[in-house]
Design a protein around this ligand. Structure first.
Ligand code: BDP
Length: 680
């Protein structure tokens, strides 16, 4: 298998007892309606049931599966109506009902999109071998916005993409629709993703030209069938670049008019267009500050153009300037004062942590700090700083760590998830045969969808579902793979940036260790800025005696971190410059703990390699070997991280490696001389 089928493989189920039980209950289908979305739902049901149970699903007036909206189902009871009144426009009900003495499986919802979600959930139940007798599942998304963000360029390269080129074949659109685009939409609908931003945040105004908009329309026409709205990134200077204006000043009437006309023309083609995602005045992108205007001025101008069409603006808070003493503080400093100043159809989109998608970050202090502004969470599925598509990292544990963190902004029990109005995941998808590069990277796409639908799901639950569907439901495979996945992100943290170290990757491509990096013009692009290692110790003091970034959190959060003696080990160096002899909570000294973490994590990757090897009989040869080869690279790169970092930090600590550890294969100069930054 190539992995192309993702978690929608629908392989014949081997468990005969389960198959028989299903076959007694599932024989035929009654479907109420004929919309393209319902046709897609039906064809998915047929495909899935045929694949898994070998059932051809004939249509019948009293079909054992009844798929429809309440107004089309005369026999519906008041109790069911009551349940569906809580389902909103996207939630669904899957329920065993009795009509005329006959048991039937009702899949109901208030819109066709909801019915499609219901069908996918039903198929998931079967693919994971859940009982289908006595069903009563009401599932309603907890978040209205569940988006992927593609950082795709018009030339089909993908910023931070590690799985090939963009799925959007701009050259062939609008005349040609690749089957992949349809399968992409199916996959998203199966996990509840309801929006996609097609283009890079480092935006190109070309996408807003009439020629490109025709192409975007062709994609939007496909996505609509699957309940997915289309969004674009808006380059702030587009009125100059493609509009012939002299300025992009958001308070200039001609500029405002230009955006209104642009929005009108988009909605003529795509009546349900979602809106714009904007990166402005960040990393060289144009923005309102070029005209001495605020982020709110810029966002509100676009919001005004989109409002008549019910479109939204997602304005990113990823900003930092070279003048601040601590990059950590910047987004908060710029955005917090703007709380309440944004139009009602603007959301501010915030990365999970204050810096930039590191293996571990504390939550961004903006969550909970802007009560008058709807905020969106931005997670990065593509593993820019997490071993790209080479390392096996299941990131749901990272997402959950952020979502569950208590902001205390409304007292105890105010988790980050409670401060959110939407979710965005920076996509890890390209035109590689298996979509995501590493076979396990698909799990991060899957997890983003499932968590955006219901952030109370545990990462174990999501991983278990994914493993069963993507490989096999056999417990002897599921259990060990679940363990591997659940530990994988913690291992990566520990062999790359343990104890709160951060941003020590090579310049530019961010692959591999470069803790010595100090050559870039901007200090806050250099690893030495983040770890601040010296003879006295290591770490970034963000307490009152340092940058005082901690002050941006609610008092109880500050208290968790501000005292060096009880700051959790995992965050120590995020907030403190600690001496090499500092006594960790583990009882070891900081230096010994650093050595311990790097070594045990590297050993654990080797153990993971052995574990995978023992599971060969459960997996097709192609995917087995792909994962196996990747794990071998990961194991050797974990050792590379370990040795490069420990040798480098040893030049400051002056301490020996504790006895019993494997010695580095090379000296520090060897690692510094590696030419990966030239060839990668
Ligand atoms: C950084 C990436 C850069 C993105 C930027 C962003 O290195 O390529 O453009 O984030 O999120 O992590 O805007």
């Amino acid at each position: 298998e190539t992995g192309y089928e993702l978690w929608l493989r629908y392989q014949p189920i081997a468990n005969a007892q389960y198959v028989n039980a299903c076959k007694q209950l599932i024989r035929s289908l009654e479907i109420k309606g004929t919309s393209p979305t319902l046709r897609a739902a039906r064809s998915e049901l047929e495909r899935g049931l045929n694949g898994m149970l070998r059932i051809n699903l004939p249509l019948s007036h009293s079909g054992s599966i009844l798929l429809g909206k309440p107004e089309n189902i005369p026999a519906i009871t008041p109790a069911i109506k009551e349940q569906l009144s809580k389902a909103g426009t996207e939630g669904f009900l899957i329920k065993t009902i009795t009509i005329g003495g006959k048991n039937r499986i009702l899949i109901a919802g208030n819109t066709d999109q909801a019915l499609l979600y219901g069908v996918f959930h039903f198929l998931r139940l079967i693919q994971t071998e859940q009982p289908v007798r006595q069903l009563d599942i009401l599932s309603v998304p907890r978040s209205p916005l569940r988006l992927l963000n593609h950082w795709d360029n018009p030339d089909r390269t993908i910023e931070r993409g590690y799985a090939g080129f963009s799925l959007w074949q701009w050259n062939n659109l609008p005349a040609y629709i690749d089957q992949r685009v349809i399968d992409y939409a199916r996959a998203n609908a199966s996990i509840g993703i309801n929006g996609t931003v097609l283009t890079n945040v480092n935006a190109n105004a070309l996408i807003l030209t009439p020629e490109f908009l025709q192409k975007v329309k062709a994609l939007a026409d496909v996505f609509r069938v699957y309940g997915i709205k289309t969004f674009l990134t808006a380059r702030f200077s587009a009125p100059i670049e493609i509009g012939g204006l002299k300025t992009a000043d958001p308070l200039d009437p001609a500029v405002r008019e230009w955006w209104k006309k642009k929005a009108d023309s988009i909605y003529q083609l795509i009546p349900d267009f979602g809106g714009f995602l904007v990166k402005a005045n960040s990393e060289g992108q144009p923005g309102p500050q070029d005209y001495e205007r605020t982020h709110a001025d810029g966002a509100n101008m676009l919001a005004e153009a989109l409002a008549p069409h019910k479109g939204i603006v997602m304005w990113r808070a990823f900003v930092y300037s070279h003048t601040s003493d601590d990059r950590f503080k910047q987004a908060y400093e710029e955005f917090k004062p703007l709380d309440g100043k944004f139009s009602s159809n603007v959301l501010v989109q915030v990365k999970n942590g204050p810096i930039d998608f590191q293996p571990r970050e504390p939550f961004s202090p903006l969550f909970g700090a802007m009560p008058a502004t709807p905020l969106m969470m931005e997670f990065q599925l593509t593993q820019e700083y997490l071993g790209q598509s080479t390392h096996l990292v299941y990131q749901a544990t990272l997402y959950k760590e952020t979502l569950d963190a208590d902001t205390y902004t409304n007292g105890k029990g105010s988790p980050v998830s409670s401060t959110l109005s939407g979710f965005a995941g920076v996509a890890n998808i390209g035109n590689d045969l298996n979509w995501c590069g590493h076979p396990f990277a698909q799990s991060n796409w899957y997890a983003l969808g499932r968590l955006s639908w219901d952030y109370t799901l545990s990462s174990e639950t999501i991983a278990t579902e994914w493993i069963k569907q993507t490989f096999t439901p056999q417990p002897a495979f599921v259990q060990p793979v679940l363990k591997m996945m659940m530990r994988s992100r913690e291992l990566l943290v520990n062999y790359m940036t343990p104890l709160g170290l951060t941003h020590m990757m090579y310049n530019d491509h961010h692959y591999g260790p470069m803790p010595w990096g100090n050559t870039l013009n901007r200090p806050d692009w250099n690893p030495v800025y983040y770890h601040k290692a010296d003879k006295a110790g290591i770490g970034f003091n963000r307490t009152g005696s340092g940058s005082n970034a901690l002050r941006q959190y609610a008092a109880p959060v500050q208290q968790q971190f501000e005292n060096i003696d009880n700051c959790p080990d995992d965050y120590l160096l995020w907030f403190h410059h600690a001496s090499w002899d500092h006594k960790m909570q583990s009882g070891r000294t900081l230096w010994d703990e650093l050595c311990y973490r790097y070594h045990t994590a590297t050993d654990s990757v080797r153990a993971m390699q052995q574990q995978w090897k023992s599971l060969q009989r459960f997996v097709d040869a192609e995917r087995f070997s792909h994962v196996q080869q990747m794990l071998a690279i990961q194991a050797s790169e974990a050792a590379w991280w370990r040795d490069a970092c420990l040798l480098y930090f040893q030049t400051f600590s002056g301490k020996p490696f504790p006895a019993g550890y494997e010695q580095p294969k090379h000296d520090l100069e060897y690692y510094k001389d590696l030419r990966i930054h030239l060839t990668y």
